[in-house]
Design a protein around this ligand. Structure first.
Ligand code: C2E
Ligand code: MG
Ligand code: MG
Ligand code: MG
Length: 288
């Protein structure tokens, strides 16, 4: 008890810590305002096939701060997770993503695109998560077969049985599941085999040094093999150069995402970039 008090005492009389606590609680309260005032936006980064054709996108959240400008997720997602705000933020973004995908599905050019949404572990572990997702899908009228949820390996550490059960329940809605940042966690292959997944995303840290670091080449090849063995699709993220793209194709990777193809873009810009170029439009007409 005395020790506890001592720690509290230190907290309130250390000016640096006091300042950082104040900053933190200011950030939390700003995040609450952000939610109410709809300051969050989704950007969309295209995913392509081996011919460079767009097959879908990943939705990436940004905070359009009225004073500080565009704030990237690593600056506020952790605070959302620790404060529990990730639940309403996650609900907002699932709704936004489903509406967007529903629009694409009405559009001849974009109707087969998949849309991937990142799910944080905190959010996933929340009691009503699965029901919420199903409800949002239903309310939006989207066809969920083109909706993909991205989870990370860290998700499993809490309770593997519960995780597997939840993943199965989620998939009852006919959506797909991807393991994001694959290779950076500690999942054993026997564990991975039990997870009802559809897609492995090769973490960008392994893609970065392709052609430079031979151990990364071996890791990427191994991940692609694991995907094949388990019957999963594999997508490489963080592809920044033609050389990386070529090597990945050579190793048997079929889906790609990265700055080499496009940066994450606001919805309108992403959709603009998907408009067919004139020659392609001609080809479409000729093909009818
Ligand atoms: P992630 O899901 O692994 O997303 C990929 C990140 O890599 C994105 O950063 C993307 O902009 C960036 N990226 C894409 N291509 C390249 C490339 O060629 N080179 C490099 N260096 N980077 C590339 P971003 O948008 O800053 O997001 C960072 C992380 O924040 C995400 O990693 C994800 O874990 C989290 N995040 C983003 N949006 C959401 C969201 O809506 N909900 C949740 N829960 N987490 C999110
Ligand atoms: Mg992701
Ligand atoms: Mg990733
Ligand atoms: Mg990541």
């Amino acid at each position: 008890e005395a020790k506890k008090l001592g720690r509290n005492g230190l907290r309130f009389f250390d000016p640096a810590m006091q300042a950082s606590l104040e900053k933190r609680s200011q950030l939390e309260s700003d995040l609450r305002d952000a939610l109410e005032q709809e300051q969050f936006v989704l950007h969309y980064q295209k995913q392509v096939d081996d011919k460079g054709r767009t097959i879908g996108a990943e939705a990436l959240i940004r905070w359009k701060h009225p004073v500080r400008g565009m704030i990237p997720p690593f600056e506020f997602i952790p605070v959302c997770e620790e404060s529990g705000l990730i639940v309403p933020v996650g609900q907002w973004l699932m709704k936004e993503a489903c509406q967007k995908l529903n629009q694409w599905q009405q559009n001849e050019r974009m109707k087969d695109y998949t849309l991937s949404v990142n799910i944080s572990m905190k959010e996933f572990m929340e009691e009503g998560f699965v029901r919420q997702v199903h409800q949002t899908i239903e309310e939006s009228g989207v066809n969920p077969s083109n909706l993909e949820l991205e989870i990370t390996e860290s998700i499993g550490h809490a309770n593997p049985e519960e995780l597997i059960e939840k993943l199965h329940l989620l998939r009852l809605a006919d959506l797909s599941l991807a393991m994001d940042d694959f290779g950076t966690g500690y999942s054993s292959l026997s564990y991975l085999k039990k997870l009802p997944l559809d897609v492995l995303k090769i973490d960008q840290s392994f893609v970065r040094d392709l052609g430079v670091d031979t151990s990364d080449e071996s890791i990427v090849q191994a991940i692609i093999k694991v995907g094949e063995t388990l019957g999963l699709e594999v997508i490489a993220e963080g592809v920044e150069s033609e050389e990386q793209f070529e090597l990945l194709k050579q190793y048997g990777c079929r889906k790609f995402q990265g700055y080499y193809f496009a940066r994450p873009l606001p919805a309108e810009e992403f959709e603009q970039s998907c408009v067919p170029c004139p020659e392609e439009a001609d080809l479409d007409v000729a093909g009818v």
